[in-house]
Design a protein around this ligand. Structure first.
Ligand code: ADE
Length: 269
């Protein structure tokens, strides 16, 4: 996969030289190029922003440096058949999830456009649609100062799904969100620590029991912390023991979906 990032703070992306993503780059599994937006300006002050039409606080990023930068990056796409995906991090974008990370990990080329200030002139998005599949993306319902931190998160989430990047691909299967649930709790040695014992089932050597305990812990955790995820969970084929586990948590299976019982206690809605 090839990734290009355009930013007024290229140094912000330096952490992508470290750890698993840095290693993936060294190993040739991922090509990542960072471009300075100001290199695509033509004035003496290398201006990238201006006041907003219609008034209001803050500054808006000027369209022409973005068009120059993105045209240069698009041209570098060479003979690629499909349009590269242009991801524009923004709190006004669609939500970036693990499913999005999987989807984007299947692309050959991704380009990230890091906005700052109040955002990028909207006409850039219309123009860019001729060369890219444009996808404004939000990390979550909060506001960052710019797209760079969001790009660090998205590139890590996508990059670790590329073949060969994570040493043991099995660890990708049993992690939070891989099956629409949160991950079960994990423990390591010693088995007793400060008067706290590792759950006995994990020391039992009974792999069937361990797998069931872990699954039920996923249900418990998800019901407690992220009940919204259970609305999407496919409960149609759950074995009886799992239905019982959900019943204990206050959920019935109705038409293949989990429904919280009206009389169930706790805070979960
Ligand atoms: N830029 C500013 N806030 C953001 C957010 N929540 N997600 C992605 N990019 C952003």
């Amino acid at each position: 996969m090839r990734i290009d990032v355009v930013s007024i703070f290229p140094e912000y992306l330096a952490p992508l030289e470290l750890s698993l993503i840095g290693k993936a780059r060294q190993d040739g599994l991922l090509e990542l190029n960072v471009h300075a937006l100001r290199d695509f300006t033509t004035d003496r002050h290398r201006t990238v922003d201006d006041t907003p039409y219609g008034g209001g606080a803050g500054m808006v990023m000027k369209p022409e440096p973005w068009a120059q930068a993105l045209a240069t990056v698009a041209a570098a796409a060479g003979e690629a058949t499909a349009k590269p995906v242009l991801i524009v991090p923004s709190p006004a974008g669609e939500r970036f999830t693990q499913a999005t990370a999987h989807e984007l990990a299947g692309e050959d080329r991704l380009v990230f456009a890091c906005g700052r200030y109040e955002g990028i002139d909207e006409r850039v998005m219309e123009w860019a649609a001729e060369h890219f599949t444009v996808r404004p993306m939000s990390l979550g319902d909060y506001v960052l100062n710019g797209g760079e931190v969001a790009v660090l998160a998205m590139v890590e989430a996508i990059g670790r799904l590329l073949p060969g990047v994570v040493g043991n691909p099995e660890s990708l299967v049993e992690e939070s969100h891989s099956d629409g649930l949160l991950e079960y709790p994990v423990y390591t040695k010693p088995s007793s620590w400060r008067d706290r014992d590792v759950p006995a089932v994990l020391l039992s050597g009974n792999h069937g029991k361990i797998a069931q305990w872990r699954r039920h812990e996923q249900y418990r955790r998800t019901a407690e912390r992220r009940p919204d995820l259970l609305e999407e969970f496919d409960a149609g084929k759950l074995p009886r023991a799992d239905r019982t586990a959900f019943a204990d948590l206050g959920y019935d299976v109705v038409d293949g979906h989990l429904k919280r019982r009206a009389d169930a206690g706790g805070d979960s809605a």
